[in-house]
Design a protein around this ligand. Structure first.
Ligand SMILES: Cc1cc2nc3c(=O)[nH]c(=O)nc-3n(C[C@H](O)[C@H](O)[C@H](O)COP(=O)(O)O)c2cc1C
Length: 242
């Protein structure tokens, strides 16, 4: 099992929710809280409910206000992303996509991304697989195997998470993510290799040439799920075994 790094992980969270309060923001915050139980994190939380109006009118990146440019820079230099969106018309919100349309297309290569969504109906749970995963596959990001989907009935009227199933799903997603996220401190090295290779590719082959990824990231060990879960809820685990 990989050992936790001394360095906190730089996590960038993005919520595509447009309302305040927002179930999606609450869901993403719960995932962040769970992650912080197990490992040290610095969090930059980008909320479309806050920046949506600043973003909507821009077509080119240089038209964006500094705040959104800073958010994009944070996304592009994150160790890992936690992204959530409400389901709107069977997909992510338009402004969520608009934000990621500005992200430099090689900046997220190999970056772990935990996918989350909230919808009004269980029937749209596959939005994680059919909408979010392909978007981050385009970026060649490392989408994490377990995503988290919530519906309105998982929340109290104050939008705190009330359902035990959702809490367990968050724990499972974070436990599965941990061994992969803890490779993220290699990001500084990885980012430099990618930058060099991108520059080479751009100089020699034109901007659309696929960059080589050999040797960029050592292959991860098979995650030890029991050990990771034990780091999140050690007492519960021991009690249930006893
Ligand atoms: C314009 C709009 C479109 C929506 N479309 C869907 C949909 O296609 N499928 C679904 O399950 N829920 C849909 N919903 C419900 C929201 O996804 C759901 O209430 C979500 O939890 C809201 O998240 P928020 O509290 O972060 O805004 C839609 C809501 C709105 C406002």
């Amino acid at each position: 099992m990989s050992t936790p790094s001394d360095q906190p992980l730089n996590i960038v969270a993005v919520s595509g929710g447009l309302n305040t309060p927002s179930k999606t923001e609450s869901l993403v915050q719960n995932i962040l809280n769970e992650l912080s139980v197990a490992t040290q994190i610095n969090v930059h939380f980008i909320k479309l409910s806050e920046i949506g109006p600043l973003l909507g009118g821009a077509i080119y990146r240089n038209q964006l206000p500094q705040r959104v440019q800073d958010d994009l820079a944070a996304i592009e230099s994150a160790d890992a992303l936690i992204v959530g969106t409400p389901v709107y018309r069977a997909s992510f919100t338009g402004l969520f996509k608009h934000l990621f349309d500005f992200v430099e297309q090689t900046a997220l290569v190999d970056v772990p991304v935990l996918l989350a969504a909230s919808g009004g109906s269980d029937r749209h749970a596959l939005v994680l697989e059919h909408q979010l995963r392909p978007l981050f596959s385009f970026f060649q990001a490392q989408t994490l195997p377990i995503g988290v989907y919530a519906t309105d009935k998982d929340f109290t009227p104050e939008y705190t998470v009330k359902s035990e199933e959702l809490k367990q799903r968050i724990t499972l997603a974070v436990a599965r993510a941990l061994p992969i996220l803890e490779w993220a401190p290699a990001k500084g090295h990885r980012a430099q290799v990618i930058k060099d290779k991108t520059q080479q590719a751009n100089q020699q082959l034109g901007i659309n040439k696929q960059i080589e990824q050999d040797d960029v990231l050592p292959s991860a060990a098979v995650p030890d799920l029991d050990a990771a879960e034990n780091r999140l809820h050690a007492k519960t685990q021991k009690a249930s075994v006893a």
